[in-house]
Design a protein around this ligand. Structure first.
Ligand SMILES: Nc1ncnc2c1ncn2[C@@H]1O[C@H](COP(=O)(O)OP(=O)(O)OP(=O)(O)O)[C@@H](O)[C@H]1O
Length: 491
């Protein structure tokens, strides 16, 4: 396992840069960003405030402030569900559960807004399963989510809560075998957890599959699903689903940590007099999360990351990057420096993605390097720390990323590596959070001493990655040429 001493020994070189230069450079960067900030009048999380300002036609009634129950026994749930709740050691309902489940059991649509790691999945799964016990219908509930990993995770939560009910669930996500999914859908599952694109594929192409029986539509990470990226698929799905306006119509639950009820896009979900349940709306992130930043002078980001990981050896850490190539590069670099890391990003096959997550969850790798595909929803109970190697471009991504730690009341830490180009983003995030992130200091001498060796390894990694991508391009060209020759041969 790498450590700063080991990396130091390998480098051998002494460095000459003075530390006060690094300090004064950081101050200069900060001043520059503040000037830019004032000059550009950067609005606080512009996309959120734009949505907030748009009038929404969705009339929402806010749930009373105090939760109406303090234990799951206060809820009129079927014994099979009470039993599995106990088996899962859910001793008492979280705030979002205590506030939203009673309203859901009474038949209301729900807009649930609560911090990351606060139990939103069970908040929607429990009322659905309780009603399913009476209705006993297949294709009963559709849960839409933005990522495949989150779909697989929510399926496990439903399976655990529905263990005593003979529940059948089906996960319909991209990157997995379409035919196998069709066969699973033909077995008439009660609960379908899906990403929008693949669900549309099945609705359009899988014979005999339809959602006419649908009684519940759940949108987890609803604000992400209502983003432009998912727009076409979501619109098509909503057009196909049974209408929500009559008394026996479809029920709707929308949940997220960063949903705002003023989203004018909510109207297309056709919510029926939804109850708005907001928990801790003033604190975007949980109190048990310690958040800080390190101002990184140019060219030192890789070194400071390695320094931090060496200072927190054996800790379970998720490192977020903005790009897949940074994700891949860091994974190769950290493994070269004898860290135990794995990568999770959208260019990997689903099998590779699932494999990386399983290795990390089983603590066979204590470092997971990921793009924002892993930012929302993933519930890995013992993540000690989140490091933003690249600062996310919007405050919502920041809130979801750091929310991968400090879950279910546990403590956690996040550190954001801030270069001179990121200071405006950080200032904007701090304005959304409502407080300044504390600034961590590093042992500059040690950082400067390991820099040469880290950067030498990094250059080797970049050369190797460039060689591989050239090889891949040449193979593609060769493949294309041989197909063209074959075509010519056939003519
Ligand atoms: N009542 C409860 N008591 C104890 N633990 C709970 C309870 N409800 C949920 N949990 C646990 O809390 C963790 C977080 O739950 P969940 O993933 O549903 O949070 P979330 O609010 O959906 O988070 P995110 O916003 O990141 O998606 C899970 O491990 C879950 O098993």
């Amino acid at each position: 396992m790498a450590s700063n001493e080991k990396i130091l020994k390998d480098s051998g070189k002494k460095t000459r840069s003075s530390h006060s230069d690094v300090q004064s450079l950081a101050e200069k960067i900060k001043q520059k960003a503040l000037e830019n900030m004032k000059q550009k009048q950067v609005e606080v999380s512009k996309e959120e405030s734009d949505e907030d300002n748009q009038n929404s036609e969705t009339e929402v009634q806010e749930q009373e402030k105090e939760p109406s129950i303090t234990s799951f026994e206060d809820l009129d749930l079927v014994p099979e569900l009470q039993a599995t709740i106990k088996q899962l050691n859910f001793t008492k309902p979280t705030e979002i559960q205590a506030k939203s489940i009673p309203a859901a059991l009474k038949g209301s649509d729900i807009i649930g807004i609560a911090q990351t790691g606060s139990g939103k999945t069970a908040a929607f799964a429990i009322p659905v399963l309780n009603q399913l016990w009476y209705d006993k219908l297949y294709n009963y509930c559709l849960v839409l989510v933005p990522t495949r990993e989150l779909a697989l995770q929510i399926q496990k939560t439903f399976d655990a809560l529905g263990l005593e009910m003979g529940l059948k669930t089906c996960c319909v996500v991209g990157g997995m075998n379409m035919l196998e999914q069709s066969r699973e859908l033909m077995k008439k599952p009660h609960i379908i957890i899906a990403t929008p694109g693949r669900l549309m594929d099945h609705l359009e192409n899988t014979k005999g599959f339809n959602l006419k029986n649908l009684k519940f539509l759940i949108m987890d990470e609803a604000d992400r699903l209502l983003d432009l990226e998912f727009g076409p698929a979501i619109d098509k799905i909503l057009k196909i689903l049974p209408v929500a306006d009559d008394t026996n119509g479809r029920r709707n639950f929308l949940f997220s940590a960063t949903l705002t009820e003023k989203l004018n896009k909510l109207t297309k979900v056709a919510l029926r007099d939804p109850i708005l349940v907001k928990c801790n709306e003033n604190n975007k992130t949980v109190e048990t999360l310690v958040q800080s930043l390190i101002v990184v002078p140019g060219g030192l980001k890789n070194t400071i990351l390695v320094y931090l990981l060496s200072e927190h050896l054996n800790k379970s850490v998720i490192i977020f990057t903005r790009t897949k190539s940074n994700c891949e590069r860091l994974n190769v670099l950290l493994n070269m420096l004898e860290f135990k890391s794995c990568a999770l990003h959208g260019d990997l096959s689903q099998q590779q993605r699932n494999g990386a997550l399983d290795l990390f969850k089983a603590n066979k790798r204590n470092l997971l390097i990921a793009t924002d595909v892993a930012a929302r929803g993933l519930d890995i109970p013992f993540v000690d720390m989140v490091i933003n190697y690249d600062i996310p471009i919007d405050s919502k991504s920041y809130i979801h990323r750091v929310g991968r730690t400090a879950r279910a009341g546990r403590s956690g830490k996040s550190i954001s590596l801030v270069s001179q180009y990121d200071l405006e983003l950080i200032l904007r995030i701090e304005q959304v959070l409502g407080f300044k992130l504390q600034k961590d200091e590093v042992n500059k001498q040690l950082v400067l001493q390991i820099r040469d060796n880290v950067e030498r390894c990094n250059s080797e990694v970049i050369m190797e990655m460039n060689r591989k991508s050239k090889e891949k391009k040449n193979n593609k060209k060769r493949g294309k040429r041989s197909r063209d020759d074959m075509d010519k041969g056939e003519k």
